[in-house]
Design a protein around this ligand. Structure first.
Ligand SMILES: NC(=O)c1ccc[n+]([C@@H]2O[C@H](COP(=O)([O-])OP(=O)(O)OC[C@H]3O[C@@H](n4cnc5c(N)ncnc54)[C@H](O)[C@@H]3O)[C@@H](O)[C@H]2O)c1
Length: 248
């Protein structure tokens, strides 16, 4: 129970990998705020956890992200952990950059980068007052390999790493840790159909030291560690969790 009594907000917690983070944090004793634009899915996840509630949020909205933080404080009195997991990923089609609409580019940046900025702005005053906090930003291993046909997505996830480094320097004096994770391709439910052919999936397995599919549970331990007091002297870092595909 490494997170007993801590309060954790997980954006995009209603489905996929975010759901696994919610369940994993709860298992370690955290009270969980399941925040998602898919409010019905978020409610289902919250119902699976003893101490949790769901908040509908669009991370691109300053008002909605502020309401999310307010709801967490109203219900539990504090915010210890923010997992910035919401992202546009499975909703996107891979295509050559010349075929990406500028509007789609803007939307990806709005959710995957600005969304983090707005969520942090909403929780920071609370963490600052507490003189402690943990911000965990979900980037992607696509940044390490420079995956083609996903230029907006990969650029946005590279932005998450710069955001993490720069923010960690600004909030160090408040004892707030800011770290990122680069997950490898993870079979998360939402991306099972259509995103990869069986041959591509086999190719990903072969590129790992551990030659199997990556699943959401493979990421949960790292999130728990970064949320816990065990990582209090780690900040500004990006931890790669991909079964040993990339080494840097
Ligand atoms: N699955 C992978 O292989 C993989 C690999 C690396 C990184 N990631 C990242 O991990 C995170 C979760 O991935 P996933 O596979 O579970 O994807 P997913 O598409 O299944 O989940 C994304 C979640 O974000 C939510 N969301 C989208 N737009 C939102 C908005 N505007 N406001 C609030 N919530 C919003 C969705 O409702 C959903 O719950 C994403 O940030 C993704 O980029 C995934």
């Amino acid at each position: 129970m490494r997170l007993r009594d801590k309060v954790a907000i997980v954006t995009g917690g209603g489905v996929g990998i975010g759901r696994a983070y919610c369940l994993g944090l709860a298992k370690e004793g955290a009270r969980v705020v399941v925040a998602d634009i898919q409010d019905k899915e978020a409610e289902k996840v919250a119902a699976e956890i003893k101490e949790a509630f769901a908040v509908p949020v669009d991370v691109t909205s300053p008002e909605k992200t502020q309401a999310m933080a307010n709801a967490a404080v109203k219900k539990y009195g504090r915010i210890d952990v923010l997992v910035n997991n919401a992202g546009l990923y499975t909703a996107l089609k891979k295509r050559p950059f010349m075929e990406i609409d500028p509007e789609e580019w803007d939307r990806v940046m709005a959710v995957n980068v600005k969304g983090l900025f707005l969520c942090v702005k909403a929780v920071y005053p609370v963490m600052k007052q507490q003189k402690k906090g943990k911000i965990i930003n979900i980037s992607s291993g696509t940044v390490l390999g420079g995956s083609p046909y996903f230029l907006h997505y990969v650029s946005s996830k590279a932005g998450v790493i710069g955001f993490t480094r720069s923010l960690s320097r600004e909030v160090g004096a408040d004892h707030i840790c800011v770290n990122a994770i680069t997950p490898g391709l993870t079979i998360s439910g939402s991306n099972q159909g259509g995103v990869l052919t069986p041959e591509q999936r086999e190719d990903r397995r072969k590129r790992r030291c551990f030659q199997r599919d990556q699943v959401p549970q493979d990421l949960v331990g790292t999130v728990i560690f970064l949320a816990s007091d065990d990582s209090d002297f780690i900040t500004g870092q990006t931890i790669n969790v991909d079964g040993g595909t990339w080494m840097y």
